[in-house]
Design a protein around this ligand. Sequence first.
Ligand code: G6P
Length: 606
Amino acid sequence: MCGIVGYVGARDCTQVLLDSLAKLEYRGYDSAGIAVLDNDVITTCKAQGRLANLEERIRQQGGIKGHCGIGHTRWATHGEPSDINSHPHGNAVVSIVHNGIIENYKTLKERLEKKGYTFISQTDTEIVAKLLDYYYNGDPIEAIRKTEARIEGSYALGILFRDFPNTIYSIRKDSPLIVAKGDGEAFIASDVPAILKYTKEYYLLESGEIAILHEGVASFMTLDGDPIEKELLVANWDMEAAEKGGYEHFMLKEIHEQPTAIKTTIAPRIVDGMPDIEECGVTLQMLKNFNNIFVVACGTAMHAGIVGKYVIEKLARVSVTVDVASEFRYRNPILSPDDLVILVSQSGETADTKEALRLSKDRGAKTLAIVNVKGSSIAREADYVLYTHAGPEISVASTKAYMVQIAVFYLIAFELAYAKGQIDEDECRRLTKELSSVPKFIDVILAQKDNCQYVASKLVNAENLLYIGRGLDYALSMEGSLKLKEISYIHSESYAAGELKHGTISLVTDQMPVIAVVTQRDLFDKTISNVKEVKARKAQTFIVTHQYINIDDDVADYKIGIPTIDDMLMPMLAVVPLQLIAYYTSVLRGNDVDKPRNLAKSVTVE
Ligand code: G6P
């Protein structure tokens, strides 16, 4: 979603802002803009569309000189994507960039209109800019404090005041913001990758704190004006991790990073061949005593939770309920202090997941976060955290984050099953060893990716598609279908193979290719029967299954064979061809793979 950057220092500010905004492109956006403060003048430039449009417009303006400025990539919420609705907003005196949503903007707008203000955009952000202007009386902090007291909702703000050269002010509530420290220079950013080119050192701004970046030095104060000493953090991601490294797209790079991501995530949690997640504070005893487990997440992270449900229920015999966070929040869930709610999130900032966490805590349940981004809101607010170590995921379509989320679910399932006495130590060791062998098998699948390219060439003109499977294969086909939808824009659905004939099979024709995931050998014959049913209705069929299993030509038009490990772990292998099929289909359709239309990497609004 929207991205914020800001810079004060000796460098050419416009260049730094554009570089840093480029690093936030992955969050998803539809317009961009910058404002630079130089010699008591705020110069603003904005453009709908990609950053290249903004660069071109700045060039046409003859460049913008200065050493202090703010920038923004906007993902439209209030008002369509347009030049006017793009940030920064403001006037000659004050200029702001904003992430989040101002919920009481209509009331504030009416009041400001009565005081003679007029508005040119449809955004909630413009109201904040006008409010700051209204309260500004020569004292920026006073204006910020009074504005803060009036606005409701979530926000991270970067603010310039014309009268205060070489200074950026910042404040936030519920939308993340970091303040980074360079050598005689300082930055604000909504996400770490934006600043990695310049520095790795940063502070996390907390809700209700004001940051002041003056002459390249950052300081912090409470709303009451008391100074705050903050801990300086060091990003453990490097620039390389946020670059394409020779791959055509981030998505392809991230698919290839999965073996390493799995190793980095599971290795510290395997002790003497046994799973061990106690590092997060959840002991075997606690794990054993939870009555119910809920998994709450959005998008791909929710799909990881569904795999988690199947595996935990199968192995540990503990019931698991998986909810989409936006539904969980409003369905008045029944929770007690003996329940565990697992929140899964790559970014750790997804608004609905964050609110689901708060609701769970309010109701007394214990909360465990499976999160990739260190220090993110969900990681900080949950009772316990298990970080996934996928490194930065830049492509909007999540791949490696999903992979490590399910790896963590396997560890939880093994440990819980052992704690409950559902599997003995030998079995627990065997499963843990199998899990450790996954990376080398993924390498084998990656080496045969031309199979997936071939399948993509067959799908490229499809308008609709079905993914089918049973059990864990069904859980996985949900993710395969979402991946394809997100980046190829082909309509697809995943269906429980056995449920197909209760309605959906009426859609099957020679124009409806079907991808069947058939890795669960106890369900093999049943799923193959379902494949035959769609084949009989002239669907083109593609099967992802074990390499060693032969599939007759009259069942599948094409088979993608993958190596065999314990069926329980097959989702970790079978997801890779599904990711690659989606990737190559998107490439063949000429789409913007890493930045699909309308989507945002981190959804920080409800
Ligand atoms: C967005 C992204 C998805 C992601 C989902 C949840 O929709 O485009 O890729 O799965 O948010 O994000 P999270 O950061 O909570 O995992």
